[in-house]
Design a protein around this ligand. Sequence first.
Ligand code: GLU
Length: 543
Amino acid sequence: MNQTVVTRFAPSPTGYLHVGGARTALFDWLLARHFGGRFLLRIEDTDLARSTQQACDQLLEDLRWLGLQWDNADLLFQSKRTDIYNALIEKLIAESKGYKAYETAEELDALRKQAEKDKRVFIYRRPQLTDAQARQYESEGRPHVVRFAMPVRDYRFDDAVLGPGQGVPATQVQDFVIRKSDGMPTYHFAVVVDDEAMGITHVLRGQEHLLNTVLHIGLQEALGYRRPIYMHLPVIQNLDGSKMGKRDRDKKVRVTVQMWMKNQKRTVADLSAATGIGTDRLAAWIDNSKSQLDLSEQKLVMPAVGLRESDLPEVLVHDFRRNGYIPEVLLNFLALLGFSPGENIEKMTMDDMVQRFAIEGIGKSNAKFDRNKLLSFNTDFCATAPTSRLVPAFRDFLSVNPDSPLNRATDAQLGRIVEMGRGVHNLRQLDDKSSFMLLEDDAVQYAPDAVEKVLKKNDGQGLKALKDIRPLLETVTDWKHTAIEAVVTDYCTRAALGLGKVAQPIRVAISGNTISPPIFETLEFMGKTSVLSRIDRCIAIAR
Ligand code: GLU
């Protein structure tokens, strides 16, 4: 490439960063890094009603978490550039390339309906206002938008991913809004002005924007701008071909509710009683897979059927972070959504990705978001990454999961937990199986079914083993896993019990449940005092 590559990521700050947006940002970043160019960030906040400062902050945090650092210290906020857009819009109006349009939403709707009736596609072209009408509207201060008078002709452009000949014929060309009635520019206008102002050489974005490019080209020509290279990226879908989005989370709640009703013989009325949501509302939602619960309703329904937030399929970058995915693993996975490095390579470090990234490797067809594949990448990383990488990753996980008791752990303790927990799929799982260790001893909650199955069943065999082992553990002076193991196995031999018959009661006593990291290391980690005190408390509770 002769010229410096300049790419931009241009999110609208209306919520958290979606993985689709993250994939676009990654490709922008990779292209810029690969060619030693620049990756710029622009905040498209012209939709005043939907853009928020909080969403903007969150977006920056999500990008930083991914490690996609942008090169412009001064971010470009479109909302601060209205004077620039307006000056250009006035110029277009003066040149008769733009004009004020006064139709109300109702009038436009009527025109659309009429076209539908006549079985033709509705195409908006400049209405012929008389001078007198125009003056009257002007003096009345009538609400209006500004439209661009799109020259009517075929528009064709080359897309570096999809190939030549993209675009539309003259019959589909129409005049479009460039300034809304609230005085803000539309996306189409601001994007064209800013891509030029920022010297963008390559525009990467999702294929849903493909036809918008025609409008952008029309504007570029009218304003005398260059045309950047366009690269429209494959759409990301679920494995079944459906669109990936918040709906997937609602679907998971619905399916769980249906199972809960079936397996536990519950009715909509039971769910209504448990959640305080009306039966009509719940029934309408359960039966109509096109409807969705509001977030507030979802929060009420989930605990009633035993669902945790972390059980829902992740959609936003933040969801993946909260569920214990590692940023570089997520990026590796996202890189493969529409890009193929060739040679059957899949696992890549950030450096590998930068090196291998090539426009020719970007595909045209839809990319499938295979959650199992992502999970297996993450599992491999958790198994093989050095502890020195996993500890900060775990610390970060804990920072967005402030309720976890592991927030109290030192880095050295987290390091040991990471090592004991090798084999987990993600940090959430590591947290689930290890967090009991940092609880106060009297805060351990004993799961009734674990107590029943492991301690009370078979005439209290488990409880008896626990009572037997307690004084033996007390005799261990050098509290190391090897010494603890020696005492326990010795007892097992003498009592003719398999190791599990003793280890499992100990596990329940210290954790309240049946899952923990390897038991002897865990006991060593917790310390003798804490172990004995938990055993005592458990014996008292199970009695
Ligand atoms: N703000 C637009 C979006 O979030 C940017 C699209 C583009 O890259 O032009 O979809």
